[in-house]
Design a protein around this ligand. Structure first.
Ligand SMILES: Cc1cc2nc3c(=O)[nH]c(=O)nc-3n(C[C@H](O)[C@H](O)[C@H](O)COP(=O)(O)O)c2cc1C
Ligand SMILES: [Fe+2]
Ligand SMILES: [Fe+2]
Length: 404
């Protein structure tokens, strides 16, 4: 049985959280041994309850059972769908079934189309407008469009009475925190890397919208006392902390001195060149974070991206494989370009046996991205003295490019 939490966040607002430790690949792509939570919220009012998002479909029965602990299902008046990705809308069909389709679903106009496309159902639906306010049983809700976090359908709800901002994916993170709230500094510090991973892997493709939407929320002059996302911790002690963290991720703010090193090494040959890179960087005072594809370990692509977003620079070692870039490194680059795409300098090492990769092949991997390739150093097999010199020169260019 997955762990379930039910708690009063504030006043008549409740959280229903389930800890998913079964999903191994989130979105069938990102390896998450750390797990993920789905947080649904329920607001009780004198005119009936408002449910905000649900859980993934595998927990639909458990969801309904848990919701019954907080509210008589006949009292559910509205179901707000902040975002239709099935990790949140998956239990909606079940919830509508057990409530006899009585509640009205509220959401972005696109949500209506997606609910019908995904589940073949046509619930009673009312599209909400950007910044529209409604009053339910004396409680005022303000809907705020936060497009592309991370689908076009995404909205947030601000519960005026409590200063609570319910944001679905935005401000969420992977992991199964031991606490529901941000009360414990140790939990918060443990959790932050999972926020970075979640934000970059899931929302990164549209990260400019993180910045734009945070600025939009700030411009509304609302007092945000609680940030309640649909994954991970609820922020009610220090909501500014998660907003600032997301802002830094959205703007790909570098951590001083951090260099990400990614490489393949099938038989440990390219690793010798990469060791030169790492030693040289460390000697110059940089902190290197290394992700490898070898016969012993296979880097998690989600972690690679999380370490890229706040790196000052990136070094990528590509083995030549069947006259092409080593496939997993190629995939890592493809995802870096798609999800991180930041103005960061990149040094490429290409180790080969009988035919190096052309510069065009390597550059085309980064085409139309913001990454700046500062140098491509091709090395035949293990690095000779002259190769070591060229590698060091490459590192020199990388370092100069950071400090420019
Ligand atoms: C399966 C395999 C395919 C390879 N394909 C090529 C190739 O097409 N062209 C080439 O120049 N070298 C090729 N090589 C040689 C490697 O690029 C070269 O040995 C390099 O030093 C590999 O370093 P690594 O073993 O640390 O990854 C291949 C090696 C292996 C094991
Ligand atoms: Fe999502
Ligand atoms: Fe989600």
């Amino acid at each position: 049985m997955p762990r379930v939490y039910v708690d009063k966040v504030v006043g008549d607002l409740y959280i229903l959280r389930v800890d998913d430790d079964e999903t191994r690949y989130f979105e069938a792509l990102w390896s998450i041994p750390e797990g993920v939570t789905y947080n649904s919220y329920v607001l009780l009012t004198s005119e009936g309850a408002v449910v905000f998002d649900t859980w993934k479909h595998i927990y639909a029965d458990l969801y309904v059972e848990t919701l019954r602990r907080v509210v008589d299902l006949r009292d559910v008046k509205y179901i707000v769908v902040h975002h239709t990705e099935p990790d949140h809308s998956g239990s909606l069909p079940k919830l509508l079934e057990v409530t006899g389709n009585a509640p009205t679903v509220l959401g972005h106009p696109i949500a209506k189309q997606l609910i019908s496309a995904f589940y073949g159902i046509e619930p009673r639906f009312r599209a909400v407008k950007d910044l529209e306010e409604i009053v339910v049983g004396g409680k005022k809700l303000k809907f705020i469009y936060i497009p592309w976090l991370h689908w076009p359908d995404t909205i947030a709800t601000y519960i005026v009475d409590y200063g609570a901002l319910l944001t679905c994916d935005a401000f969420g993170g992977f992991g199964l925190p031991k606490t529901i709230y941000d009360d414990d500094d140790a939990v918060v510090e443990w959790y932050k890397p999972f926020v970075r991973k979640y934000a970059v892997d899931i929302v990164g493709r549209y990260r400019e919208y993180i910045v734009k939407n945070i600025e939009k929320i700030m411009s509304l002059n609302i007092d945000v006392k609680i940030v309640a996302p649909a994954h991970g911790l609820v922020w009610r002690r220090n909501p500014k902390q998660i907003i600032d963290l997301y802002y830094d991720i959205g703007s790909a703010k570098p951590s001083e001195g951090k260099v990400l090193v990614i490489y393949s090494s099938m038989y440990g040959i390219q690793e010798k060149s990469m060791n030169v890179v790492v030693e040289e960087l460390r000697a110059r005072g940089f902190k290197t974070v290394i992700h490898r594809f070898t016969d012993r370990e296979q880097a998690s692509l989600g972690d690679v991206l999380a370490d890229a977003i706040d790196a000052e620079a990136i070094v990528i070692g590509i083995s030549t494989y069947d006259a092409a870039p080593f496939p997993l490194v190629e995939l890592a680059i493809k995802l870096l370009v798609a999800k991180v795409n930041a103005e960061k300098p990149v040094l490429i090492i290409n180790t080969f046996g009988w035919g190096k990769l052309s510069e065009d092949t390597i550059k085309s991997l980064f085409s139309s991205s913001r990454f700046r390739i500062v140098d491509i150093v091709s090395v035949r097999g293990a690095p000779q003295r002259s190769d070591v010199e060229r590698i060091k020169q490459g590192v020199e260019k990388l370092v100069n490019s950071i400090r420019k």
